[in-house]
Design a protein around this ligand. Structure first.
Ligand code: NAP
Length: 248
C-alpha cells in the first residue's frame, strides 16, 4: 500500500482508462476522488461502488473539465472532503475525428477545450494545495498521436501535442517545490473511444504493434501508479509511451 493516505483525483474516471487508473491507485492505497462528466452519474457510481467495496475510500466529483467554474468547485470539494490533494491524473478526453477541410469549428474547439484547456484548468487549481504541501504528482494522459500526428485527427493531435509541451513547461516551473509533472502516451488501447474505429483501421493498427496485441486500460494504469509512487521521485517532464512498441 505504497500510496497509503495519498489523495488522488482522476478525471474522466467513469470508464475506460480513467476507471482502470482510479481502481489501480485505490489498490495501491490512495484515497480517490473520481471525476465524471455531470450527465453520466450512473457509470461513475458503479466505479465508486467498486472501489468502496474493495475497502478503499472514494468520492464522486462531477465536473466538466473544460468549464473553469466546475473545475474550481471540484477541487474545493476534494479539499473539503479529504483536506489535501496529492495526485492529479488528467485523463478526461474526447475525439471528434474529421479530415481538416470537413472539420467543423465545434469539433476543433470541443477537443481543444476538453483535452488541453481542461488539463490547464485542473492543473492550475490542483497546484495550490500541492505547493502548500511542497509535494505533488501531476500525470497527464497524452497520446502517441501527439507525437506522430494522424490523418483525420488534427484537433486531437494538436491538443495532445499541447499536453506534452504543457507537461514539460510545468515540470520546469514546479520541480523546486517537490512536484513532478509527467505524461503517459498510450498507443491503441481497447476502450469505448477506440470502439468507434473501423475493423480495417484496427487491423492496420495491430500490424504496427510489435507486441502484437492492443493495449488494455490496465497497461496504462500500471505506469500511472508507478509515476505517482516514490519509485518515480527522480522523473519529471517525461512522456512515457505505453503502446506495445507502436512508435519507436
Ligand atoms: P473513453 O472510454 O471515451 O473515456 C473518456 C472519459 O473522459 C469518460 O469517462 C468521459 O466521460 C470523460 N470525459 C470526456 N469529456 C469530459 C469532460 N469535459 N469532463 C469530464 N470528463 C469528461 O476514453 P479512453 O480511451 O478511456 O481515454 C482516456 C484518455 O486516454 C483520453 O484522454 C484519451 O485521449 C487518452 N487516450 C486513449 C487512447 C485509446 O486508445 N483509448 C489512446 C491514447 C490516448 P463521459 O463518457 O461520461 O462523457
Amino acid at each position: 500500500m505504497f500510496l497509503e493516505n495519498q489523495v488522488a483525483l482522476v478525471t474522466g474516471a467513469s470508464q475506460g482508462i480513467g476507471r482502470a487508473i482510479a481502481l489501480a491507485l485505490a489498490r495501491a492505497g490512495a484515497r480517490i476522488a473520481a471525476n465524471y462528466y455531470p450527465d453520466q452519474i450512473d457509470r461513475a457510481r458503479q466505479v465508486v461502488d467498486e472501489i468502496k467495496s474493495s475497502g478503499s475510500e472514494c468520492i464522486m466529483v462531477g465536473a466538466d473539465v473544460s468549464n473553469k467554474v466546475d473545475v474550481e468547485a471540484m477541487i474545493a470539494q476534494v479539499l473539503e472532503h479529504f483536506g489535501s490533494l496529492d495526485i492529479l491524473v488528467n485523463n478526461a478526453g474526447i475525439t471528434r475525428d474529421q479530415l481538416l477541410l470537413r472539420m467543423r469549428d465545434e469539433d476543433w474547439h470541443s477537443v481543444l477545450n476538453t483535452n488541453l484547456t481542461g488539463v490547464f484548468y485542473c492543473s492550475r487549481a490542483a497546484l495550490k494545495p500541492m505547493l502548500k504541501n511542497r509535494w505533488g504528482r501531476i500525470i497527464n494522459i497524452a497520446s502517441v498521436v501527439g507525437i506522430t500526428g494522424n490523418a483525420g485527427q488534427a484537433n486531437y493531435a494538436a491538443a495532445k501535442a499541447g499536453v506534452i509541451g504543457f507537461t514539460k513547461s510545468l515540470a520546469r516551473e514546479v520541480a523546486s517545490r517537490g512536484i513532478t509533472v509527467n505524461a503517459v502516451a498510450p498507443g491503441y488501447i481497447e476502450t469505448e473511444m477506440t470502439g468507434k474505429v473501423s475493423d480495417r483501421a484496427k487491423e492496420q493498427f495491430l500490424k504496427n504493434i510489435p507486441l502484437g496485441r492492443p493495449g488494455r486500460p490496465e497497461d496504462v494504469a500500471g505506469v500511472v501508479v508507478f509515476l505517482a509512487s516514490h519509485s518515480a521521485d527522480y522523473i519529471t517532464g517525461q512522456t512515457i509511451h505505453v503502446d506495445g512498441g507502436m512508435v519507436l
